[in-house]
Design a protein around this ligand. Structure first.
Ligand code: UDP
Length: 388
């Protein structure tokens, strides 16, 4: 069931029977973490504290997401900010450590593969607190990505690895993470999306406000360092987007905006419908109605499988191969972008009908309930060991 933004804000904890989960600290610092941890914040309700590190310091990203989150009495903002990765990691560990020293709670939950997630994991470890890793076991096998190292480190520190899929579980087992530390839960992005996706009429209103028609536009997001930190590669991608036969709606990530200015590429944005980063429900409204998505985002690959939209993934590697050949195809920056989009545009209605029947590999929207159950079991086991 979809709800409006207002409904989403009003939503209260729904996880009946999840008693005893108080004192859980969620550590996060970027837009996708806030989005994907929101269902757990709702499940834990007043029993959880959120430590927002401020790794994504740009207000246009952060403020919009924060406004859509369930209210939490205990929302700590650390304001760590940007900077070199090593320094940022050190500052964040230290800042989270201070919060945990003051309010240790019963367990720490981190999500994904960011510097904030690794810092939360290290701080939990330093306090000997049980650590839960949500979205565990993803592997791109691309050692040039800092995120890949973060994932591996967090998975090996975690007492409970919540793997979205069996494939992710397999990666963990292959690295000798014991099976009893792994729970296959699905991905919380499914219920995050279900809670935030506006109803059909509201989606149409979002499109109408921008003069867009269902299935008659492409939605693109590009922000990964591999694509935007190199002037040539960024120019190739923007040129390819500018040549597509439908309007290309392009919410500009702050990192991409910086690169566009620094490399003098503003003219390449002219053929695109440039937007500010969108609030999550507004972004989902666009994504659900687009003919094709083009993106290098991790979360958008997963969301494509829930919205039943095709996604052309512009990356040299992916840690989410589950959608390959169904909802997604991966291409390198260059003419392959246009060719792949054209393939999906050959029969938009037909692809929509076909994808509608494919289940998402990321589950059915019960990941947060499964995570809470697994966490309760971990806490009960810890309590038993302490008592014994
Ligand atoms: N997103 C959003 N507004 C936008 C663009 C993206 O709310 O203008 C959402 C998107 O639906 C997804 C998440 O942001 O849930 C992806 O974040 P990002 O691309 O920053 O990170 P990644 O998923 O690559 O880690």
């Amino acid at each position: 069931m979809s709800t409006t933004t207002a409904d989403f804000r009003a939503a209260r904890p729904t996880a009946a029977g999840l008693a005893g989960t108080g004192g859980i600290t969620l550590v996060c610092g970027t837009r996708p973490e806030l989005i994907k941890l929101a269902p757990l914040m709702r499940a834990f309700g007043d029993g959880c504290a959120v430590v927002y590190t401020g790794q994504h310091y740009d207000r246009s990203l952060y403020a919009r997401i924060r406004a859509d989150l369930p209210p939490s009495e205990a929302f700590h903002e650390l304001g760590v900010g940007a900077g070199r990765r090593g320094g940022q990691l050190g500052r964040t560990v230290s800042a989270v450590d201070e919060v945990l020293a003051d309010r240790p709670g019963r367990a720490v939950v981190v999500q994904g593969d960011t510097t904030s997630a690794l810092a939360g994991a290290l701080a939990a470890n330093a306090h000997d607190l049980p650590l839960v890793h949500v979205e565990a076991g993803l592997r791109s096998h691309d050692r040039a990505m800092p995120e890949e190292h973060n994932r591996v480190l967090i998975d090996h520190l975690a007492d409970l690895c919540c793997a979205p899929t069996e494939l992710n579980r397999g990666h963990l087992l292959a690295e000798n993470v014991p099976d009893e530390r792994i729970a296959v839960t699905g991905n919380t992005v499914v219920e995050a999306l279900q809670a935030a996706l506006p109803a059909t009429d509201d989606r149409r209103a979002v499109l109408a406000a921008r003069g867009l028609e269902r299935d008659r536009f492409v939605l693109a997001t590009i922000h990964r360092p591999e694509n935007v930190d190199d002037a040539g590669r960024l120019a190739v991608i923007l040129r390819e987007l500018g040549r597509l036969p439908l309007p290309v709606v392009f919410p500009l990530h702050p990192r991409t905006a910086k690169s566009v200015e620094a490399f003098g590429l503003r003219h390449l944005l002219e053929p695109l419908v440039e937007l500010e980063p969108q609030a999550y429900p507004a972004f989902l409204a666009l994504a659900a109605e687009a003919a094709v998505l083009v993106s290098d985002s991790g979360g958008i690959q997963e969301e494509a499988s829930v919205l039943k939209r095709p996604v052309v993934v512009v990356r040299r590697s992916t840690e989410r191969p589950e959608i390959a050949g169904t909802f997604g195809t991966r291409v390198l920056p260059g003419p392959a972008i246009g060719a792949e989009v054209a393939r999906w545009l050959d029969d938009v209605a037909g692809h929509r009908e076909r994808l509608r029947h494919l289940p998402s590999p990321y589950g059915d929207g019960s990941a947060s309930a499964r995570i809470v159950t697994a966490l309760n079991a971990l806490l009960a086991q810890r309590a038993g060991v302490t008592a014994g």
